[in-house]
Design a protein around this ligand. Sequence first.
Ligand SMILES: Cc1ncc(COP(=O)(O)O)c(C=O)c1O
Length: 418
Amino acid sequence: MQNDAAGKLAIDGGKKTRTEPWPARRLFSEEEKAAAAALFDEAIESGGVFAYGGAEEEAYCREFAEFMGGGYADAVNSGTSAVYVALRALDLEPFTEVIVPPVTDMGGVMPVPLLNCIPICADTAPGSYNCGPEQIEARITDRTSAILVAHIAGQPVDMDPILEMANARSIPVVEDCAQAHGATYKGRLVGTMGDTAAFSTMSGKHHATGGQGGVVFARDEALYWRARQASDRGKPFGIEGGAFNVLCGHNLNLNDLSAAIGRVQLRKLPENVAKCRRAALAIADRCETLQAVTVDRGLPETEGAFWFVVFRLDLDKLRGDVDTFVAAAQAEGLPFNARYTRPFTDHDWFKNRAVFGTSGYPWTCPLYKGDPDQVYPLPNMEAAHASLFMLKVHENVTGKEADDAFAALRKVERAYLK
Ligand SMILES: Cc1ncc(COP(=O)(O)O)c(C=O)c1O
């Protein structure tokens, strides 16, 4: 007798593969609460306040840099701010071009036009949400002032050829590590390879400074001081005897309360990343026997941080498209998603050039010497959107969830195989 859980799809009225909810993440514990409470206790007892740039924030930045194996960290108030500051530290000339990935959070792109630079969209590498070296190289012009790479889903981008190409042209590289805390590429932590790096520490990430936050990281001390200036109204950090503010800038600082939470979280980070990796690879191992679904384990010599797991469908072997497949897999009781975000070029803000009033700047400024209306084809990205889907994993996703994910995919695959 055929069991419903293995036979008739839930989307067609059959029994669901999984009825329990996906496990809760439980990112925060009594430890973070105690760290935050200690700051309040101290303030109440002394009659003082906690603020920003104090002992907690200093310690968090030092400990973050230690985690990165040395270098300098500046804690800021979001990942978007971190990308902004990481770019701003490079002193990019306005109306130059910054090569950016198409598939990323808007906060990983919007800082570019906010700096009056032009975001130039590279295609992704075939079968991936990440950009590859060839796709980036195809967008380099004599106007390129920086390359921004994002390690999407916690999967490291193929950095060596990108760095080689960028170094040969003296173009700085910024790594957006918002989704990739603790991921490694050929033994090197992501964020340590580019000139500057940006991390998001909002509460969905591998380690968090509370609800929001971010970190700018640089190995070079001069870039670090420039980042500090850029994130705090141009105060003359790193300038001996400096008395006056040296840049016009925002106040994008983190604060001591968030940093106190971040310090506890940082201690948990290696284990959190290891657990995400274990969960993702457990799913990948189980899916080895599937015929039309493969799991992206990342490039060779990388260890991904697996902010989410990316699955590829071989649509030649299946009836229906990725939406049909994922809708059926979701109905089995698992939180699969058909795709990660559409490229920023599809979004209204980009299409309407909604950056500086109605000016259309930076694209329409006569100082921009490129073609403001250039449309960049993204065939690999479109193919990826047509065949990739995802599953969010975290520290509490275990063998049981891997079993269920596999069982749901096997059941749906059987139903849709040609
Ligand atoms: C790749 C990437 N860059 C930048 C950001 C922006 O970070 P935040 O939400 O902390 O501003 C995110 C957020 O998810 C992201 O995933």
